[in-house]
Design a protein around this ligand. Structure first.
Ligand code: CTP
Ligand code: CA
Length: 227
């Protein structure tokens, strides 16, 4: 039998990843959500575990399963539940990666009973959810905090604004309008930018391959900063 030896470069690191969409309830049978499949976040969790990290994966509703049984998977549904789970694990983490596509709005009222249709149009009032990543950036001590930015235009410029505004150590910018990138598929094309604004383009590759590259960039940055 041939053994490929793996360099466990994340040994001793605790990694917290969020993945997937959130669901925002309207009534007992309906919700708002988005096209996130969870694949990028799951790939990051699997790769981090493969390279020796102790991994917690906070996942919104997805059909995905984890293959590494050492990953601590926490299932959540709404943006509020994801907020709570991320805050529960944040203090004890070294690297925190927010790959989840969190709803920006949630219905102001949740109906206990199924809404009946009425003549005419329907309007549903929405309120803002908490920005989980921003809230983590504001309380961060030694954690290396990484966000994702899903953009359809001016992606680098928009991503850099999020890096600064949310006090991140790095951001992974995802131009979801490009073929082969973004929601649902098994591949992606991203740009990793750290807070020194060093920019690394990651060409079209599987989400698994991209996850490994992202983790290596994070590890390099942390060693440079003597984390
Ligand atoms: N994010 C979060 N909590 C929210 C909204 C977003 O933690 N309520 C995180 C996402 O997980 C992602 C990052 O913020 O890591 C950027 O998400 P994105 O939707 O690209 O940006 P927003 O800040 O929500 O801005 P907008 O959607 O208006 O572009
Ligand atoms: Ca958003």
């Amino acid at each position: 039998e041939k053994h490929q030896s793996i360099d466990p470069f994340l040994q001793g690191r605790k990694v917290l990843v969020s993945a997937g969409p959130t669901r925002e309830k309207i009534d007992p049978v309906r919700f708002f959500t988005n096209h996130s499949s969870g694949k990028m976040g799951f790939a990051l969790a699997e790769a981090a575990a493969k390279y020796g990290a102790e991994v917690t994966l906070v996942s919104g509703p997805t059909a995905l399963t984890v293959s590494n049984n050492k990953i601590n998977r926490i299932n959540v549904t709404s943006a509020q539940e994801m907020y709570e789970a991320m805050h529960d694990y944040f203090a004890d983490s070294d690297i925190v990666i927010k790959a989840a596509a969190v709803a920006d709005y949630t219905p102001k009222l949740v109906y206990d009973e199924k809404m009946k249709k009425q003549p005419g149009d329907l309007q549903i009032e929405m309120k803002r959810t908490k920005d989980i990543l921003l809230s983590l950036g504001e309380i961060k001590s030694n954690q290396y905090l990484v966000g994702f930015a899903a953009e359809t235009n001016n992606s680098i410029e928009n991503g850099l604004k999020k890096l600064e505004k949310k006090h991140l150590d790095a951001i992974v910018i995802n131009d979801i309008s490009t073929k082969g990138a973004g929601f649902g598929g098994d591949t992606n094309i991203v740009t990793y930018v750290n807070k020194k604004q060093e920019q690394k383009d990651i060409e079209l590759a599987t989400k698994i391959e991209i996850a490994e590259k992202i983790l290596r960039f994070i590890d390099r940055d942390m060693k440079d900063e003597k984390h």
